[in-house]
Design a binder for this molecule. Structure first.
Ligand SMILES: NC(=O)c1ccc[n+]([C@@H]2O[C@H](COP(=O)([O-])OP(=O)(O)OC[C@H]3O[C@@H](n4cnc5c(N)ncnc54)[C@H](O)[C@@H]3O)[C@@H](O)[C@H]2O)c1
Length: 268
């Protein structure tokens, strides 16, 4: 998809990867709706974009952790720039650790990291199928292909996000619906950096030790190239594909390696 003149909606667009995507898609010529729970941040990002090109961006408060929140966002975006061409379900939470994770935290992780994707798709697809096109992107994680040492909720929800994107692509790809799934490893954002706080668990240390930490702008450049090529997997860290190949080639060997990595990080 050539994004010039297209209408793109990005959730979690106030910060981190989402802000990088909003800025890059806007530079490629898209009109952009920046949606976030952080309404001040969303409006700030949109204001910067409007400064570069008047009336080309809109910052809205959105809580995508419910079906209604997704409906409200899609309707607000349509009222601003017309039919949505590309929807990027990027907002996510890195919440929860082990089996003692609270039920509220499990529910929040599934609502934001998984159900939000299907709620958005549910309300975008009728229009997209009737016009024979539409582009759905989601941010999962390398944890959705591999795993996340230190967080069962993150591992499970990100696998589910990859599974939903695959299902959407195989079910509707022949009817003009394009799907891509972003699976980065470490990216220099609040989520990664807040994971370094005392008591946050080992997840951020594991991510840092596994490979390069990219800047959101680098991830956005790679993502745009994949969207232009209309292929499925966006893997900004090439080493993730190597690790993923090893997992598929020999599951038990891969699990043993992950145990060793965990022991090293935890100093066991
Ligand atoms: N940073 C990394 O290393 C990394 C790696 C792999 C995947 N990811 C994924 O990238 C995505 C973006 O995360 P990030 O790293 O940019 O973190 P971030 O914390 O900088 O950004 C996440 C954004 O999502 C917003 N958000 C959270 N809950 C929301 C809700 N209910 N409704 C609307 N917006 C909401 C937050 O306000 C925030 O602006 C997430 O899905 C995350 O899981 C991040």
């Amino acid at each position: 998809m050539d994004l010039s003149g297209k209408h793109a909606v990005i959730t979690g667009g106030a910060n981190g990867i989402g802000r990088g995507l909003a800025q890059r898609f806007h530079r490629a010529g898209a009109n952009v709706v920046v949606a976030d729970l952080d309404s001040d941040g969303a409006r700030r990002v949109a204001a910067e974009l409007n400064h570069q090109r008047p009336d080309s961006a809109c910052g809205v408060r959105a809580d995508i952790g419910s079906e209604q929140g997704n409906v409200d966002l899609i309707r607000a975006a349509e009222a601003t720039f017309g039919t949505v061409d590309l929807f990027f379900a990027n907002a996510g939470v890195g919440i929860g650790t082990d089996l003692e994770t609270t039920e509220d935290a499990w529910n929040l992780a599934f609502d934001i990291n998984v159900h939000a994707h299907r709620w958005a798709a549910k309300h975008l697809l009728p229009t997209w199928l009737s016009r024979g096109e539409g582009y759905f992107c989601s941010t999962a994680s390398a944890a959705g292909l591999l795993s996340q040492i230190g967080s069962a909720p993150y591992s499970m929800t990100k696998h589910a996000a990859v599974a939903f994107a695959e299902w959407l692509s195989l079910t509707y790809g022949s009817r003009g619906i394009r799907v891509s799934c972003l699976c980065p490893q470490g990216v220099n954002t609040n989520m990664l950096n807040q994971g370094d706080a005392p008591g946050a668990g080992p997840a951020s240390s594991v991510v840092r030790s596994a490979g390069a930490v990219l800047e959101p702008a680098e991830v956005a450049d790679i993502t745009l190239a994949v969207i232009e090529a209309e292929t499925f997997l966006i893997a900004p860290h090439p080493e993730v594909l190597t690790y993923w190949g090893r997992k598929v080639a020999d599951y038990d060997r891969w699990l043993a390696g992950m145990r060793k990595l965990q022991a090293r990080i935890l100093g066991e």
